[in-house]
Write a protein that binds this ligand. Structure first.
Ligand SMILES: Cc1ncc(COP(=O)(O)O)c(C=O)c1O
Length: 439
């Protein structure tokens, strides 16, 4: 037995499934990945193996691991008291940088996780509009709370108009949690028009991922996002872009700038903190001012705006604004995505890769890239067993693809500032050998 197996036997007596989070048990390894340390784009496990990281801390580690500028920000925060529970000049600097990056975020409120941000955003939308219902797209994911954790992990019954039966993704929800949540298929404007008409005047907000990396890399069809924007404006529905993953990953202005369509409110987290726990809700001032103490929608928290994550976030946003920052992702992204697509062809395997900016997915089994627009098609065609084989083989080649093979859609994979062209060459060479084995 290796050291990780020993650790697992010990850990599972004290930690549920031997790990600190539900997604961390690794089905392919038969135990969690126990790490010693991480640096740049490499992870180092307790058995002395190293891996090129294509998970990137679930999306938080856009800048790689142990980044010197982020480390320096942490050290400065340590010298100044690191927590404090009060705001500093850095908090104001952060808010100004956020407005520079997301002009639609005239004002912001901080939080700690993506889930907390979406929870607060939905509460604010309800408080602002006085309406109860929340509209969401099938397949999109917005965090782990009873307001919104529905219809990501399974396909549920759909009616003739594209409305899907809202169904929790976890046991333990109160029985009526589904009542205010409406679910509709993605990328179908007629379905959206129908549901909006059916519940006219009742819908507080529509929350969506502008690119659903939680379905692999599901992008809106040409023009769909603008149609969504127009419908929400017409119906007085607050449009929330959940940019928890897309934030900073697709040009500094994120997905909203990339598509040129702007929401009323934005939630973002992960990359903006470079590994620190920080998230934010931003939006039009007239909406945001309904948060307490100006307004009557309460939102606060003990750890909100702690000095260390704020100082690190300032550094992350500054880096994202530097000239050439995204050229790196264009260069290595094109090389990787095209390279993987060439490998599918070379080995006569069904599938393809799709990436936007610094996040991507491998669609084993999905031959036609046009199917990427459709959650139901992907859920049907995605070859989970091939994905699992790939992730398993990749381990012995020193490539880390987090095991998401229990999911019905492809897992989202990372690109980091720390990946170099040489890392991508090494990865493609190894993937060539892996595809040769598993085809
Ligand atoms: C789009 C989106 N929203 C919200 C969340 C929840 O974020 P957190 O895990 O920080 O609570 C996630 C997490 O993966 C996400 O991808």
């Amino acid at each position: 037995m290796g050291k990780m197996q020993d650790m697992y036997e010990d850990a599972k007596q004290y930690l549920v499934a031997g790990s600190s989070a539900g997604q961390r048990y690794n089905g392919v390894m038969g135990h969690p990945l126990y790490l010693d340390h991480a640096d740049g784009c490499r992870l180092y496990d307790v058995e002395g193996n190293s891996y090129i990281d294509y998970h990137g801390g679930s999306g938080a580690a856009l800048f790689g691991h142990n980044h010197p500028r982020l480390k320096a920000a942490i050290e400065k925060a340590v010298e100044r008291g690191f927590f404090m529970n009060y705001d500093t000049e850095d908090t104001i600097e952060l808010a100004k940088l956020v407005r520079q990056i997301f002009p639609s975020c005239e004002k912001i409120r901080l939080a700690n996780t993506g889930s907390e941000a979406t929870q607060g955003a939905i509460r604010l939308a309800r408080g602002f509009t006085g309406r109860d219902k929340v509209l969401r797209f099938e397949g999109h994911f917005h965090g782990m709370h009873e307001n919104i954790w529905f219809n990501h992990s399974a396909v549920h019954e759909e009616d003739a108009y594209g409305q899907v039966v809202t169904t929790p993704d976890s046991a333990g929800f109160q029985h009526d949690a589904v009542n205010p949540v409406l679910t509709v298929v993605f990328n179908d404007v007629d379905a959206l028009e129908h549901i909006v008409k059916k519940y006219k005047g009742e819908i507080a907000c529509l929350i969506m991922e502008p690119i659903s990396f939680n379905c692999g890399c599901m992008i809106p069809k040409e023009g769909f996002l603008q149609q969504v924007r127009d419908i929400c404006t017409r119906e007085g529905i607050i449009l929330i872009f959940d940019e928890v993953i897309t934030g900073l990953r697709v040009r500094p202005g994120s997905a909203q700038k990339f598509f040129g369509v702007y929401p009323d409110m934005t939630t973002t987290a992960k990359a903006i903190g470079g590994g620190m726990s920080i998230s934010l809700i931003g939006g039009k001032a007239e909406i945001m001012d309904h948060f307490n103490p100006i307004g009557n929608v309460a939102m606060s928290g003990t750890y909100t705006g702690a000095l260390m994550p704020v100082m690190v976030s300032v550094e992350c946003l500054k880096m994202a604004l530097e000239p050439g920052f995204y050229d790196h992702f264009d260069t290595i992204g094109n090389k990787l995505y095209n390279g993987v697509n060439d490998l599918f062809k070379k080995h006569g395997m069904k599938g393809h890769a799709r990436g936007v900016g610094a996040r991507w997915a491998i669609y084993f089994g999905v031959e036609n890239p046009d199917d990427d627009y459709d959650f139901r098609k992907i859920a049907t065609e995605f070859d989970r067993s091939m994905d699992r084989k790939f992730v398993t083989e990749a381990l012995s080649y020193g490539l880390w693809f987090h095991d998401t093979s229990a999911a019905i859609t492809p897992g989202h994979r990372a690109l980091l500032t720390a990946h170099t062209e040489a890392d991508i060459d090494e990865t493609l060479e190894k993937m060539d050998a892996i595809f040769n084995k598993i085809k």
